[in-house]
Design a protein around this ligand. Structure first.
Ligand code: SF4
Length: 143
């Protein structure tokens, strides 16, 4: 049965039958421990600044990409503006900063994996094309 797991090194949250052997966010091996919805929501709410406007979302994305050795933010400002608006619309209407390109299920545990930025490095799209599902984050070495 699927459940929540948390990387005890970087707090990456995973939903599945079993945790990944290697954390897709920090690379730690065998670091996942069982978690639950309360703990996951507490981790997600640990933002220093509230991210509740498109400008704050863009700033958080930039920070996320700048510290990443493997991904960068797209150069397309029109897409960044559109996607940040979509994420903040989802925050207003659905209560979380869900991905603007994917459909939520209504199950809060399952939908944790749709909070932006998601664990897109696990997605087939990223593995095959080097982009997250919405082409917001792109592999740095993509040609
Ligand atoms: S696919 Fe891209 S835009 Fe969508 S949640 Fe993941 S990182 Fe954010």
């Amino acid at each position: 049965m699927k459940k929540l797991w948390r990387c005890h090194v970087c707090n990456d949250i995973h939903f599945g039958n079993k945790p990944p052997e290697v954390c897709p966010t920090c690379g730690a091996k065998h670091a996942f421990v069982p978690s639950d919805l309360n703990e996951a929501m507490e981790i997600i709410g640990k933002d220093q600044q509230p991210i509740d406007t498109p400008a704050a979302m863009i700033s958080a994305w930039k920070e996320f990409a700048e510290q990443s050795p493997t991904v960068r933010l797209t150069d397309r400002q029109d897409e960044i503006d559109l996607l940040s608006g979509g994420v903040i619309d989802n925050l207003s209407s659905k209560g979380q900063r869900y991905c603007p390109c994917r459909i939520t299920t209504g199950d809060r545990i399952k939908d944790l994996s749709l909070i932006c930025p998601c664990n897109f490095t696990r997605q087939q799209t990223y593995k095959e094309q080097g982009d997250c599902w919405c082409s917001l984050f792109i592999k740095r070495d993509k040609q």
